[in-house]
Design a protein around this ligand. Structure first.
Ligand code: 5GP
Ligand code: ZN
Length: 103
């Protein structure tokens, strides 16, 4: 858990955020400012600032498998995924997350 990290606080349950999906490694919750009818954020429980700081191949696999698992759970067959890495690419929250966007 990193201090002053909004996603660490969400994972910690500080805001009573509803999790659409959860495993021991990751959580999925709705984006507060959705850019599509379905807009979820898949977030590792471990604080990693961005994809550039992630060296754990197993966790990377778990995150991508998590995308498959949560979309299957909610019956979303067609969706886009997005990872913003770095300020110039539009990353605003520096705790790695995968956007899942669908209709
Ligand atoms: P980024 O631009 O870093 O890739 O995406 C950050 C995303 O997190 C944005 O789409 C933004 O709407 C979302 N977000 C920021 N703060 C919160 C929050 O407190 N709760 C939730 N559910 N989403 C948030
Ligand atoms: Zn964090």
């Amino acid at each position: 858990m990193a201090e002053d990290c909004i996603f660490c606080k969400i994972i910690n349950g500080d805001f009573n955020t509803e999790f659409v999906y959860e495993t021991d490694k990751l959580v999925v919750f709705k984006d507060i400012n959705p850019k599509a009818p379905i807009h979820l954020l898949l977030v590792p429980k471990m604080h990693v600032e961005s994809l550039n700081e992630l060296d754990d191949k197993e966790l990377l696999g778990d995150l991508m498998m998590g995308v498959k698992e949560v979309t299957k759970k909610i019956g979303l067959k067609s969706y886009r995924t997005q990872i913003n890495t770095g300020k110039e690419a539009g990353q605003e929250v520096f705790h790695l997350h995968i956007h899942i966007l669908g209709k």
